[in-house]
Ligand binder design. Structure first.
Ligand SMILES: Cc1ncc(COP(=O)(O)O)c(C=O)c1O
Length: 289
C-alpha cells in the first residue's frame, strides 16, 4: 500500500505531508478526530463516524471544513489512491493555524488531515479465541470524554501502562470506583443472569460506534442490555468481561488486574456477540476474517 495522506486539499506522500507549527492541533490539542475501519476497500459505519465528527466539531465550535458528502468523497479517493483493502483511516480536524493565543482566532480555516495505515483485522480473531488482559488506572482525563478530541495524553499514558504490564487495555476508573471505559475501547461485562452491562453514555464515556453496533446486535440476539456503572470488583466477579471498538470489534477480557474473569477463558455471550458483529461487518463490506 503506498503511504499517501490528504492534507488541506491535496493527496501527498505521507513523508511529505505536514501542517504548520502554529496549528492549534499541535499547540493546544484543539481538534477532533475519527478512526474508521476500511475492509475490502470499503468504509465501515461511515454515517455514524461522519455524524459523530460533525457533532464533536459543533461541541468545540470548530467550523466543519466541508459537508459529509465531500468528506466521504475525499476519504474514498484516499482509500483508492492508497489501494487500501484492510486499513484504518484517521481523520483529524483542528481549529486551524493561527498566532498562538488561547482564545479562538477569528476566521481561521480549519485544518483537515486524513492518514491511513494497513491494519490486519484477522489478528483480532486469534485474540478473540484467547481473550486479553486489562489493568485499571485512575481516570485522569478531562470532563468531556464524550467528545473525541485529539487531547489524548491521559489515554496515551494509560495505554502505555497497560503495555508495560503485559495487558492489552487499561480501564479508566473514576474516584467513585466505577469503570468509565478503556483507554481506546468501551468496557462491558456480562453478569451471572446473562445481561450485558456497559456504562451509560455520560460525559465520562465516548459514544463508541462499535458500542452502538454491539447494543443493536445484543438486542437482535435477545441478549438483555443494561446501561449502568459497574466497579472493578463487579467486573472481576462477572461471568464475562469484554471491550469493543472499531479497531477491536469485540474482545473478551479474561484477566483484570491479574484476577481471572469467568475462569480466565472467553465466555459464550462474548463469542455470540463477536460472531454477530463479524456478520454485520461482512454484510456491510463483504469482509470475512
Ligand atoms: C476513549 C475511547 N473509548 C471508546 C472508543 C471506541 O470507539 P469506536 O467504537 O467508535 O471506535 C475509542 C476509540 O478510539 C476511544 O478512544
Amino acid at each position: 500500500m503506498p503511504r499517501l495522506a490528504y492534507v488541506d486539499g491535496r493527496i501527498v506522500p505521507l513523508a511529505a505531508a505536514s501542517v504548520g507549527v502554529e496549528d492549534r492541533g499541535l499547540q493546544f490539542a484543539d481538534g477532533v478526530y475519527e478512526v474508521c475501519a476500511v475492509l475490502n476497500g470499503r468504509l465501515l459505519d461511515w454515517p455514524a463516524h461522519a455524524a459523530r465528527l460533525t457533532h464533536n466539531l459543533g461541541e468545540l465550535a470548530i467550523r466543519a471544513p466541508m459537508g459529509d458528502a465531500a468528506l466521504a468523497m475525499i476519504a474514498r479517493r484516499l482509500i483508492a489512491a492508497n489501494r487500501a483493502t484492510e486499513a484504518l483511516l484517521y481523520i483529524q480536524v483542528t481549529r486551524g493555524s493561527a498566532r498562538r493565543d488561547h482564545g479562538f482566532p477569528a476566521d481561521t480555516r480549519p485544518t483537515l488531515v486524513m492518514t491511513m495505515r494497513p491494519f490486519d483485522f484477522a489478528q483480532r480473531v486469534a485474540q478473540q479465541a484467547r481473550g486479553v488482559a486489562a489493568i485499571t488506572v485512575p481516570d485522569e482525563r478531562w470532563g468531556r470524554c464524550d467528545v473525541k478530541t485529539t487531547g489524548l495524553l491521559a489515554n496515551v499514558l494509560a495505554k502505555q501502562h497497560a503495555r508495560e504490564s503485559g495487558a492489552f487495555e487499561a480501564w479508566l476508573v473514576a474516584a467513585d470506583g466505577t469503570v468509565a471505559e478503556g483507554a481506546s475501547t468501551n468496557a462491558w461485562l456480562v453478569d451471572h443472569t446473562g445481561t450485558l452491562v456497559t456504562p451509560a453514555l455520560t460525559r465520562r464515556v465516548l459514544p463508541g460506534v462499535m458500542r452502538a453496533a454491539v447494543v443493536e446486535a445484543a438486542r437482535d440476539h435477545q441478549i438483555p442490555v443494561v446501561e449502568r456503572g459497574f466497579t472493578v470488583a463487579e467486573a472481576q466477579g462477572a461471568a464475562e468481561a469484554l471491550i469493543t471498538s472499531t479497531t477491536a470489534p469485540v474482545l473478551p477480557v479474561v484477566r483484570i488486574d491479574g484476577v481471572a474473569v469467568g475462569g480466565g477463558v472467553p465466555g459464550p455471550a462474548t463469542a455470540r456477540l463477536a460472531s454477530a458483529v463479524w456478520a454485520r461487518i461482512a454484510d456491510q463490506t463483504g469482509y470475512r476474517p
